[in-house]
Design a protein around this ligand. Structure first.
Ligand SMILES: *Cc1c(COP(=O)(O)O)cnc(C)c1O
Length: 394
């Protein structure tokens, strides 16, 4: 197999050619600034509003509650920092989870330095947030609960409806980082009592550098990027019209095909999990077996060092990632794997393979065949493994 097998769709996705086609005219033909008055810009303005309406429809939101941003990280920063700024006089306590994306965790670090107090609620061994701990963490000065919809490393889907109900009961704002979940699994902001939600174009076969923030009407957070009057004066900057069009079309396609795609990806995912766990000794699946993104698999292999495994997979034409993908160059194991209770030495041997609707069964089988060989080879060079086998033999 000479072709690349791309199994890192949680990191980013291929832009759907239909999305590219929809974007193209907005570079060379309808390139007007949608904020301009003349009719030449009308087409661009209309396209931006169509995309906004489509995304609102998918979330069960009102069109005017959708704001375009520069991506998932910006939306996460906006939600946390602007809530802190606007509601800080009411209270300085924020609740989040131990397994959030760094766009949330590092923003929380920043807010701690600004005098906010953050409680990090733990997760169980499958990565599901401990709801009892969440309830206990609530204080009179709590202004925000931010818990991700689905985890980017281990694929665990959080009980959003339950979290939303708890937040609502206590009159606390609820933000969710839905970058991995939006247009992959059903989300409804009213049913789940979500007040703010972040999503990103490039995780749904759309372009990079475009995202959205849903802000429920009545939530009073201010602007994060100051400048012009775009986005109801809440997010300045000339609209990224091709990006917005691309994200809108990508979201529409993903939603129309969601059921079919979920069923297909689940079939591949379950086959991959089944083969790895039965054919590779001392392997484990990370994350919840059922409350799991359809395209996510995450494993740990004992006596294996994640980086070496990734390099050998790359030589076989397979793109995967370890838990520490975002902090490449660092040897720290993933905070998510540590949070689900794995010891360092096991967390180091992690591998995340994330699928798309383009992935084929042949690619999955080839990947498992190669992975088996790679793990055998690495273990044959491991003194730890040798000792372990000897000990078990006696
Ligand atoms: C990718 C990702 C982000 C960041 O989104 P960008 O658009 O790349 O800035 C945030 N949160 C989660 C869960 C992600 O997977």
């Amino acid at each position: 197999m000479a072709k690349t097998i791309y199994l890192d769709n949680a990191a980013t996705t291929m832009v759907n050619p239909k999305v590219v086609d929809a974007m193209m005219p907005f570079f060379t033909e309808y390139y007007g600034n949608p904020s301009s008055i003349y009719s030449f810009a009308g087409k661009a303005k209309e396209a931006v509003e169509d995309a906004r309406a489509a995304i609102a429809g998918i979330l069960g939101a009102k069109t005017e509650e959708i704001y375009f941003t520069g991506g998932g990280s910006e939306s996460d920063n906006w939600a946390l920092k602007a809530t802190a700024e606007m509601y800080g006089s009411k209270g300085k306590h924020i609740i989040t989870s131990t397994i959030e994306h760094h766009a949330i965790l590092h923003t929380c670090d920043y807010l701690e330095k600004q005098g906010f107090e953050i409680t990090y609620v733990g997760v169980d061994e499958n990565g599901r947030i401990k709801l009892d701990e969440l309830k206990e963490a609530i204080r009179p000065d709590t202004i925000l609960i931010s818990v991700m919809a689905a985890n980017n490393e281990i694929g665990t889907i959080q009980p959003l409806k339950e979290i939303g109900a708890i937040a609502k009961e206590h009159g606390i704002l609820f933000h969710t980082d839905a970058v991995q979940a939006f247009a992959h699994i059903p989300i409804n902001v009213d049913e789940m009592n979500i007040d703010m939600l972040s999503a990103s174009g490039h995780k749904i076969n759309g372009p990079k550098g475009i995202g959205i923030m849903y802000i429920r009407k009545g939530v009073k957070i201010g602007s994060f990027i100051h400048g012009g009057a775009q986005e109801r004066k809440r997010r300045a900057g000339t609209h990224n019209v091709p990006g917005i069009v691309g994200m809108g079309v990508a979201a529409k396609i993903a939603t129309e095909e969601m059921q079919e795609r979920m069923a297909y990806e689940c079939k591949l995912r379950d086959h991959l999990i089944e083969r790895v766990l039965t054919e590779i000794p001392y392997s484990r699946l990370n994350g919840d077996r059922t409350n799991r993104l359809p395209n996510n698999t995450s494993f740990c292999f004992r006596f294996i060092e994640g980086e070496s495994m990734l390099i050998l997979l790359d030589q076989a034409g397979i793109c995967g990632s370890s838990g520490s993908a975002c902090t490449s160059g660092s040897l720290d194991p993933s905070h998510v794997l540590l949070a689900i209770g794995l010891p360092h030495e096991i967390a180091h041997g992690s591998l995340r393979l994330t699928l798309s609707e383009q992935t084929t069964m042949e690619e999955i089988d080839y990947t498992v065949d190669e992975l088996k060989k790679i793990i055998e080879r690495l273990r044959s060079m491991s003194p730890l493994y040798e000792d372990f086998v000897k000990k078990n033999a006696n």
